[in-house]
Design a protein around this ligand. Sequence first.
Ligand code: NAD
Ligand code: ISE
Length: 338
Amino acid sequence: MSINVGVIGVGMIGQDHVRRLTHVLSGARVAAVTDVDLDRARAVARDLPGAVLHPTGAALVADPGVDAVVVTSWGPTHEEYVLACVAAGKQVFCEKPLAPTRVACERIVDAETAAGRRLVMVGFMRRYDAQYRAMKEIVAGGGIGLPLLMHAAHRNPSVPDFFTSDMIINDSAVHDIDVARWMFDEEVAAVTVLKPRTSRKAKAGFHDPLLVLLETVSGVLVDVEASVNAGFAYDIRGEVVCEDGTVALSESAGAVVKRAGTYSGRVPADWQERFVRAFDAELQCWVDAVAADRSTGPSAWDGYAATVVCETGLAALRSGAREPVVLRERPDLYGSAA
Ligand code: NAD
Ligand code: ISE
C-alpha cells in the first residue's frame, strides 16, 4: 500500500522532496501540494498525476485523502502546520528548524505530549548520512575509549542575499548542533561563540566565519567552524577525538585522481550533492514508519533542543561569554537519550 503524502511549501527543498517521493523512494505518492505562491504549487501539481492543489496548508492537512504531511515552507511557518497535523492525528515530516523559537517548539512538544504519541519527525538528515553513522557506531562501540572532543567544520561556498549573520548559527550550524547531541547521546550544556577575523567576502555587518564551541553535559567539547563564504565548495568535516584513537569523516569524493605529481578529488558543490543519499534515507525511513503506523527519526524534542541551543548560541555571540543552555524537563514520550 502506498501512503498519500501532502507537501506544504514547494520551493527548493520541497520540490526536491516531491521528486524523491515520486521517483526515488518506494511506498509513497505525492497526493496534494500547496504553497503561499499558488502558481508555484500549481506548476508542481501539474507534473503529479492525480495530485490535488490546495489553497492553504490548513486545507491540505484536513484533506482525508492525505495520510501524512511534509512541511517544507519557511521556518517561521512550520509551527502552524505541525500543530495542525498533530491535532489531526497525522504524521508530519518537518524540515529543520522545527520552529525558530523556543516557545514555538514548546507549544509543539506540549501538543504532541498531550496527544500521547510521537507524530513529528524533524529533518536533521545528517543522522542518515553513511559517514556520520559509521562514525557514531565507532564512538558508541567504545573501542577507542571515551570521547573527549569533536572538531567540525561547516563550510558553505556562498549564501543568498537574504541570509543574515544569525543564520550562520540557526540555519547552518544547527545541523552540527544536532550532530553533537546525537553523536554523544546527551544534551548540550553551554555555548560560547568566538569571532575570528571576518572574511573579506562577508557582507557588511556579518561575522563570518564563527567558531561555535559546544559543551555537552558530560564535558565533551565540540568546536564548529561555521563559514558561509568559503568560496571553493561545500565542505563538511568532523573528527571525534577519543581516549585511545580518533574517528573522522572521510573525503566524500568517490575517486581520487593522481596526475603530474598531485592527487585530487571532487569536493561537493552544495548540500544537495553532499547529502543526497542522506535525504533519500531519512525520507524513506519516515515513509516506512508512516506505513507501519510507528514513529521514527529526530523527534520534536530534538527539534526543540536544537532551537534552544541555537538561541543560546545567538546570546553567546552577542555577549561574548559562555552561555548555559537551559532546557525544560524532558517528557517521558521522548525517552532518555538525546
Ligand atoms: P524556499 O524559499 O526555496 O521554499 C520555501 C517555500 O515555502 C516557498 O515556495 C514559499 O513560497 C513557501 N512558503 C512560505 N511560507 C509559506 C506558508 N505560510 N505556507 C505555505 N508555503 C509557504 O526555501 P527552502 O530552501 O526550500 O527551505 C525550506 C525549509 O527547508 C526551511 O525551513 C529550510 O531551513 C529547510 N531546509 C533544510 C535543508 C537541509 O539541509 N535539511 C536544506 C535547505 C532548506
Ligand atoms: C541550508 O538551509 C541547510 O540546511 C544546509 O544543510 C546547510 O548546509 C546550509 O548552510 C543551510 O543554509
